[in-house]
Design a protein around this ligand. Structure first.
Ligand code: UD1
Length: 417
């Protein structure tokens, strides 16, 4: 298993570029199943989760070519409607084939995803949405068996905001008979990007960026080409890298509009942000102010940046509280950050962070994707050497993070096991 070795305390400077958004690309990849033919996606990073989704599409019968950030997916000869356990257990996003497979074949067999490091993560809302549209769902031997003659438009009211269930419901509804209404839909930029993609394919979805979506079912969709949006979580991680190392850096090829909640918090911390159309320059705070954060659905502070922001707060000059209402148990990074001499107490789902003067390097273990990003950030700021093991987690969602950070002055190396 590869490791990162970070010699901390180095100032960063220069410009770092953001890749395409993994969480926007994964549902779009599954949406290609809705139309027969060749789709072309631009600005696709070479990430393990994306390679895994490409593998799943090939299992279903698609041809997938992927080179130089361009992915071509030809779904003409898809005929297999199963997402097997070995893939779904490695990547929960595989559940997104459920809606498209049902819509195209009237049948789907998808392994039931298990738990993961950030919580139990049920899929009940996905299943309720399919049932509302007329699918018959059976769960047997760890698999979801879904069947329907033809999906029918329905009123779907989610009791909880779910990015994944909103995406699945949208993909099932676009070719359903009649009108579907999704109430309490997720409004994350990745959902808006999926809506753009489906509408370019010929779908009729209105209400983009609101929690009330209306979908007029259409007969068929056509394959298209589209540029993928920049990854707001990668961009946010880099901004925090500047803040935690007290370095002036520019994060380029990002969409500042998608980063409003983080920008507000970084301003409260004392950072200055010079915002342009596609880039943000971060001028760090001399004294990092403690700032409370509660992760909530968009447009609030994203759960996927909670761990990284918490890492920044370990060096604040005071005390603050961090909560996560989206994934209340998502605090695996706390124990590892404390190994670097942070002072964090986790009680009843609230992390109380008492800022320390400095962190000190240690051996730590990555536990999930965003927790590993938090450890990298803390390692960049810590005195001495930090060794992070199990970095396969970070390779799921950050494209060559060590190369990008080295280019702006970080001392971080990958050691191959
Ligand atoms: C997606 C993102 C993930 C992000 C999360 C929230 C991808 C690949 N993953 O995950 O990075 O952290 O959105 O922004 O894009 N829930 C249920 N029942 C369900 C579905 C969800 O109770 O059927 C709960 C979850 O356990 C969680 C909350 O709803 O507490 C939100 O989860 P959801 O938005 O669905 O997250 P994902 O789509 O899995």
């Amino acid at each position: 298993m590869d490791k990162f070795i970070i010699n901390g305390g180095k100032k960063l400077s220069g410009t770092i570029k953001v890749s395409g958004a993994k969480n926007a690309i994964l549902p779009i990849m599954t949406a290609t199943l809705l139309a027969k033919g060749k789709t072309i996606l631009h600005n696709v990073p070479y990430l393990n989760d994306i390679k895994m989704m490409a593998h799943l599409l090939r299992v279903i019968g698609a041809r997938v070519d992927f080179a130089d950030e361009v992915m071509e997916i030809d779904t003409t000869h898809c005929s297999f409607f199963e997402a097997p356990y070995e893939l779904v257990s490695k990547m929960r996003a595989s559940i997104w084939v459920l809606g498209p497979l049902l819509a195209r074949f009237g049948e789907a067999k998808v392994s039931f995803p298990g738990g993961c490091a950030i919580g139990t993560r049920p899929v009940d809302l996905h299943l309720k949405a399919m049932e509302a549209m007329g699918a018959k769902i059976d769960i047997e031997h760890g698999y979801i068996f879904a069947k329907c003659e033809k999906l029918k438009g329905a009123k779907i009211e989610f009791e909880k905001v779910s990015v994944g269930a909103t995406a699945n419901a949208l993909m099932a509804a676009v070719t359903a008979e009649g009108v579907t209404e999704i109430i309490n839909a997720a409004t994350e930029p990745e959902i808006s990007s999926l809506i753009d993609f489906l509408n370019i394919m010929g779908a009729k979805i209105s209400g983009k960026s609101t929690s009330h979506l209306i979908i007029q079912g259409v007969e068929r969709l056509n394959p298209v080409a589209m540029n993928m949006i920049p990854d707001r979580i990668e961009a946010g991680t880099f901004l925090i890298a500047g803040a935690i190392t007290k370095s002036r850096i520019t994060v380029d090829r990002c969409c500042p509009e998608h980063l409003q909640a983080l920008i507000e918090k970084l301003t409260e911390v004392g950072c200055d942000l010079n915002i342009k159309e596609n880039s943000i320059e971060l001028i760090p705070a001399e004294h990092i102010r403690p700032v409370d954060v509660t992760a909530v659905p968009h447009p609030g502070f994203p759960t996927d940046l909670q761990a990284q922001f918490l890492a920044l707060m370990t060096l604040s000059e005071g005390e603050c509280k961090i909560k996560d209402t989206v994934f209340p148990d998502r605090f695996m990074h706390v124990a590892e950050l404390n190994r670097l001499d942070a002072n964090i107490i986790l009680e009843n789902g609230v992390a109380t962070v008492k800022g320390v003067e400095s962190l000190s390097g240690a051996e730590v273990m990555a536990t999930d994707l965003r927790a590993s990003a938090a450890l990298v950030l803390a390692g960049l700021a810590a005195n001495g050497q930090t060794i992070i093991s199990r970095i396969y987690h970070i390779d799921r969602g950050y494209e060559q993070i060590e190369k990008k950070l080295s280019e702006i002055g970080a001392d971080i190396q990958r050691v191959l096991a």
